[in-house]
Design a protein around this ligand. Structure first.
Ligand code: SF4
Length: 131
């Protein structure tokens, strides 16, 4: 069992605008930017949201596998800024890839404070890389 934790704002089980097909969307809590037309300003505040393990979120997402398979969908991690919680992201996508689930993120591509190796590792776990 994975115990890598992340702060999650919310999830959506039937996303159709954040990547191909029907997708399970994970909105991470926290962003350093303040874009004028942000859709999700309630995700900005860092340190709030619900603390959940990557395994727990994966266990919820996998329930929708039939919808992913029928629509060429998968999972999208959005926010907030998902790259701020890259340990969670890597662990969650590792679980998804083992299960054959398509992965992508919705990111501004910034707000990244870790070594480049983390991005390279994430890149290998993403089927669709928007960065
Ligand atoms: S980067 Fe995304 S979540 Fe952050 S303020 Fe901009 S639009 Fe909103």
């Amino acid at each position: 069992m994975s115990d890598v934790m992340g702060r999650v704002h919310s999830v959506e089980s039937m996303g159709t605008v954040d990547g191909p097909g029907i997708r399970f969307i994970v909105f991470m809590q926290g962003c350093l930017l303040r874009c004028q037309f942000c859709h999700n300003p309630d995700t900005w505040k860092i340190g709030t949201g619900t603390e959940r393990s990557a395994q727990d979120v994966f266990d919820e997402a996998i329930k929708y596998r039939e919808f992913f398979e029928a629509s060429n969908g998968g999972v999208t991690v959005s926010g907030g800024e998902p790259l701020l919680q890259i340990d969670f992201l890597i662990e969650f996508f590792t679980l998804c890839k083992k299960a054959g689930i398509h992965t992508t993120i919705d990111s501004c591509g910034g707000c990244f404070t870790r070594e480049p190796e983390f991005i390279e590792k994430l890149d290998r776990l993403m089927d669709l890389n928007p960065i």
